[in-house]
Design a binder for this molecule. Structure first.
Ligand code: NAG
Length: 553
């Protein structure tokens, strides 16, 4: 009886729901009409989704993106488009297309059509070599689906594609092929959102960009580049800033010549015209990364198809451009073991409790990472990280030190440097710092493994809610916390204020207090901390930086 009544009630509710479904229907954009999909995501709660809206024309090879010519009639936008052309993971084949400048939009709806919602634009990571606006796909559940963030935070989510690898970032170091095409694509997408999002119920004056890894570096470049003046209100960098050692290719000509040789082009004055005529698949494959890294040849130094100081998108060294972000609210943070996956590639024994990691590996790694500054700087760095070891360091101490070194060098220290710069130069912009520390869920890793690189993404995108069986309740807690802080921030510029309650108030980062929030599933007032690894930040940014550069890699 109860069951039958419940069934009737649910049927009535669903019918009512459908009858009242608030939906945008077809939307008019600058290119023409687009028609997405609308479906219920809860009682009296709906989602309009548009997949594969073109935000620029198919880009010319090594050319900036240009506006899409537009279309007649209504464009059906219900499927993700191809990724931008890239290598597969084995680096022996190609996927994606040069026709790839599309974006996807999620708009949450209640019983009436939403208006003036904050807008969050996501920029994916993948070392500037791989990735796509929809993210990895597990059982038709795409990592970067904006649905959970849009629904739980009541914001519009946009994810966009940008060119990668050789086609996105090759630079001849001069006006022939200036580079930064991927960054121009992202900018074109953000500008499209600014011009068109009102028609989707968004507030063009409340655009937050967020990204992870190379996407986080991109976010930082977008807010310090003069080309975006006035377009972006707020930004979130998850594990990456423009000051990271891998964020800027400082020797583009040499790398372009390597690629030219691989595809059979000369390296003289005809290199540029030859590269422009070369098959895009061959060009893409030529950007492959030497993956057999080791302590003496760390993977981070093999990532060179990155942004360049082109005098245009990036007019100067990134450290000199933060005044352009003075009015932008900025959250930047890292995972407590962001360097773990890189350490694993360089020194695999760190994950094997049965194989001890020799101290010479640590020494070799430090020397390789610091090679630009020569052996004295290498010794000083080794000393800095091992001073607490005592006479007989345990194998675990050695292994954790390897992870600390890679985390600090690749992510943590540059992120702190960016936070200081942003806080110092900000006028109206607020600055927030976090450390994400929810332990890795990968069973093969040692018990001491904290949050590895990219671990944060599944929680930011609400996967513990989308696929509840794959997670424990604590994972839904940390997911809720992240979505609450992120979407409050997008709405008000303050992660504590908005439509979602938060477990603990997150103070602003100041250059005197160095406040930060440790984010994980068990948060309380002790989650507010200060001075994140200040000793090592000081070491790298002052002592180490003071050594003269003897070699330019
Ligand atoms: C979670 O954060 C709290 C507060 O900062 C900290 O005490 C605790 O160790 C963290 N938990 C993990 C697993 O890192």
């Amino acid at each position: 009886m109860m069951k039958a009544m419940l069934g009737v009630l649910i049927t009535v509710a669903l019918t009512l729901g459908t009858a009242n479904a608030a939906s945008l229907g077809a939307v008019y954009t600058e290119g023409g009409m687009v028609q997405g999909e609308n479906y219920a995501v809860g009682l009296l709660r709906y989602m309009d989704v548009f997949k594969g809206i073109p935000f620029a024309a198919t880009p010319g090879r090594f050319e900036k993106p240009v506006p899409h010519p537009g279309w007649d009639g209504v464009l059906k936008t219900t499927d993700y488009r191809k990724r931008c052309m890239q290598m597969n993971l084995l680096q022996n084949g190609i996927m994606g297309s040069e026709d790839c400048l599309y974006l996807n939009i999620w708009i949450p709806q209640g019983t009436t059509v939403s208006t003036n919602l904050p807008v969050m634009v996501f920029i994916y990571g993948g070392a500037f070599l791989l990735g796509g606006a929809e993210g990895a796909n597990f059982l038709n559940n795409y990592l970067y689906s904006g649905q959970e963030i849009a629904d739980r935070g009541n914001v519009i989510v946009v994810t966009l594609n940008y060119r990668l690898g050789t086609l996105g970032f090759l630079s001849s170091g001069d006006s022939g092929i200036p580079g930064n095409y991927g960054l121009w694509d992202q900018h074109a997408g953000i500008a499209w959102v600014s011009r068109n999002i009102k028609g989707f119920g968004g507030d063009p004056n409340s655009i937050t960009i967020f990204g992870e890894s190379a996407g986080a570096v991109s976010v930082n470049f977008q807010i310090i580049s003069p080309v975006n003046k006035g377009l972006i209100r707020r930004a979130i960098s998850q594990s990456g800033v423009a000051l990271c050692p891998w964020a800027v290719n400082r020797n583009p000509r040499a790398h372009a010549e390597e690629i030219a040789k691989k595809v059979g082009c000369p390296t003289d004055s005809s290199m540029v015209s030859c590269l422009k005529m070369t098959d895009p698949k061959a060009l893409t494959l030529a950007g492959n990364v030497h993956l057999s890294s080791s302590a003496t040849d760390p993977i981070v130094h093999n990532l060179y198809l990155s942004p360049v100081i082109d005098g245009d998108f990036i007019p100067d060294d990134p450290g000199n451009l933060f005044h352009n972000a003075a009015e932008i609210d900025y959250i930047a943070g890292v995972n407590d073991m962001d360097g773990h996956i890189f350490a694993t590639l360089d020194i695999p024994s760190i994950n094997n409790a049965l194989v001890s990691t020799p101290v010479t590996d640590v020494r070799n790694l430090v020397n390789a990472l610091t090679q630009d500054k020569g052996p004295d700087a290498g010794s000083a760095t080794f000393q800095e990280y091992t001073v607490g070891w005592g006479d007989e360091p345990s194998d675990k101490d050695i292994k954790k030190t390897v992870v600390d070194i890679e985390t600090d060098y690749i992510f943590l220290v540059p992120t702190q440097a960016a936070l200081y710069l942003h806080a110092d130069l900000a006028t109206t912009g607020r600055t927030y710092s976090y450390l994400f520390s929810e332990s890795s869920r990968i069973p093969l890793f040692p018990i001491w493994t904290g949050a590895d690189h990219a671990d944060d993404l599944q929680y930011v995108f609400g996967k513990p809610f989308t696929t509840p069986l794959g997670y424990f309740p604590r994972h839904r807690d940390v997911s809720k916390y992240l979505i609450s802080y992120w979407t409050n921030f997008a709405r008000t510029g303050d992660p504590n204020n908005g439509e979602s309650s938060v477990p603990v108030s997150w103070p602003q980062f100041t250059s005197t207090g160095h406040q930060y929030l440790e984010i994980n599933s068990s948060m309380n007032k002790d989650s507010v901390k200060q001075m994140l690894r200040t000793r090592f930040v000081y070491y790298w940014t002052s002592v180490y930086a003071g050594y003269p550069t003897i070699k330019k890699s």
